[in-house]
Design a protein around this ligand. Structure first.
Ligand SMILES: [Zn+2]
Length: 160
């Protein structure tokens, strides 16, 4: 499978908001951690699964990421895969320590599976899938995205 085909396949799972503060939403598979999943077949036939936002950064950087390189969301939206070379980017490369420092500075909870109980994790994955399904059917809806992000933050029940 050529690089171009993989990239085109990746792009086919993205619904883009058209303004700079809008997200590019992943509408493919969503894992139990609430992040997107993207499968890539290597030339040797083996398959590798990426979190979609990490794959977006891999494509943007044109290299594989180190395990200690974190892809962080400025928009706090785990489904966002918007990696651009300018100020409109929502994804940026950081470290785990940077992520923690930034989160606590902003008084935000960290969207990381390990910190949540099984029930909370499931609620987040369900919410991410509900947003994905809504956007896939109706197109990009920034109000819905904002509500999703806000409610992830509050840990509230998500009903949409
Ligand atoms: Zn975003």
């Amino acid at each position: 499978m050529s690089k171009k085909t993989t990239r085109e396949r990746f792009d086919s799972f993205i619904v883009k908001g058209d303004q700079s503060h809008h997200c590019w939403l992943w509408v493919g598979a969503v894992g139990d951690d609430g992040y997107g999943r993207f499968w890539v077949k290597s030339e040797d036939g083996s398959q590798r699964v990426y979190r979609a936002h990490r794959y977006a950064m891999t494509e943007h950087m044109n290299r594989e990421l180190d395990p200690d390189e974190y892809v962080l969301h400025r928009c706090d939206n785990p489904l966002c895969v918007k990696a651009t070379g300018d100020d409109s980017t929502h994804l940026w490369l950081g470290t785990h320590a940077l992520n923690m420092a930034e989160r606590s500075e902003r008084g935000r909870s960290n969207f990381q599976g390990l910190r949540f109980s099984a029930g909370e994790k499931k609620a987040r994955a369900d919410a991410a899938r509900a947003l994905r399904d809504a956007v896939k059917i109706n197109g990009y809806d920034h109000a819905l995205v904002q509500r999703f992000v806000r409610e992830l933050d509050d840990g509230q029940e998500l009903l949409f």
